[in-house]
Design a protein around this ligand. Structure first.
Ligand code: ZN
Length: 275
């Protein structure tokens, strides 16, 4: 089927206290690995591409591959721009076939974030694309955590009309130095105050039990980037070590790595679906 938007899968997932895994892909092998996981689990999946890849033709080429793969299956697949930086970037994503976008105004004040997001929502909805935005701030690197509040969530959701809301409840982007501790009580209060699907960024390394609790609170999209991409890199390193000087064509070299990606993504999909 054609690529779908978040609205075809997330509200239903939230209602059923499930989440859909969103994986950041960056090349053919990570894309194929994730796609095969979705097929094998018969589960919808969100394929997302980080904003940096929109700076050249990569995001466009991945979109063409994702659309072709989605067309071969009955499993709903969303193609999503992750951490969109500007209205121009959103427009480009929509033009090249993305069915969903994120506008990230989480570094701005709440009112500025609302203004930016409301404009972005208008553009997305006019073109039939779904849109995610973020309140509070899930840090990158050593950046500062700013936890989201229920009051912000109500105001933001009401004034922007956004389809999915990323909240900051203690996660961070990248690997954790210590095991993360999610503020589940906060997530529960936010979940009670807004009915739209919530999004958890920084899903890498969050213990399964905490993810499940977050899903109970209304988190319906869980972003996984670092761990999946790291698995790809380490997978190549271990193939190199195994094969030494022996020449193996690139497609064959990557195949076992792609299989590892599939296995990993399947496990994450099962946690999200609470199977
Ligand atoms: Zn993120």
């Amino acid at each position: 089927m054609p690529l779908v938007t978040l609205n075809e899968i997330l509200p239903k997932a939230r209602q059923n206290k499930r989440a859909v895994a969103a994986f950041n892909v960056a090349n053919l092998e990570t894309l194929l690995g994730v796609f095969k996981a979705a097929e094998q689990e018969s589960s919808p999946v969100i394929i997302q591409v980080y904003q940096r890849l929109f700076k050249d033709e990569r995001a466009e080429l991945i979109a063409a591959m994702a659309a072709r793969l989605a067309g071969k299956t009955d499993i709903p697949i969303v193609l999503h721009l992750d951490h969109g930086t500007s209205i121009e970037q959103l427009k480009r994503a929509i033009e090249i076939g993305y069915t969903s976008v994120m506008i990230d105004g989480s570094q701005l004040s709440l009112n500025e974030n609302i203004d930016l997001t409301a404009g972005a929502v208008d553009i997305a909805h006019r073109t039939g694309v779904s849109i995610e935005a973020e309140i509070g701030h899930v840090p990158f690197g050593d950046g500062k955590v700013e936890l989201s509040t229920p009051e912000e969530a109500v105001k933001f959701a009401g004034q922007t009309g956004v389809d999915a809301l990323a909240i900051s409840i203690g996660t961070a982007h990248g690997f954790y130095k210590e095991e993360p501790y999610l503020d589940i009580e906060r997530a529960m209060e936010i979940g009670k105050s807004v009915s739209i699907p919530l999004v958890l960024h920084g899903g890498t390394g969050v213990p399964e039990e905490q993810l499940k609790k977050a899903i109970e609170c209304g988190v319906a999209k869980i972003n996984i980037a670092t761990e999946l991409q790291n698995l790809f890199i380490r997978g190549i390193a271990s193939e190199l070590e195994k094969n030494g000087e022996k020449f193996i064509p690139v497609d064959l070299y990557f195949r076992p790595v792609e299989e590892k990606i599939t296995e990993y993504a399947r496990a994450k999909i099962r946690v999200c679906g609470i199977k």
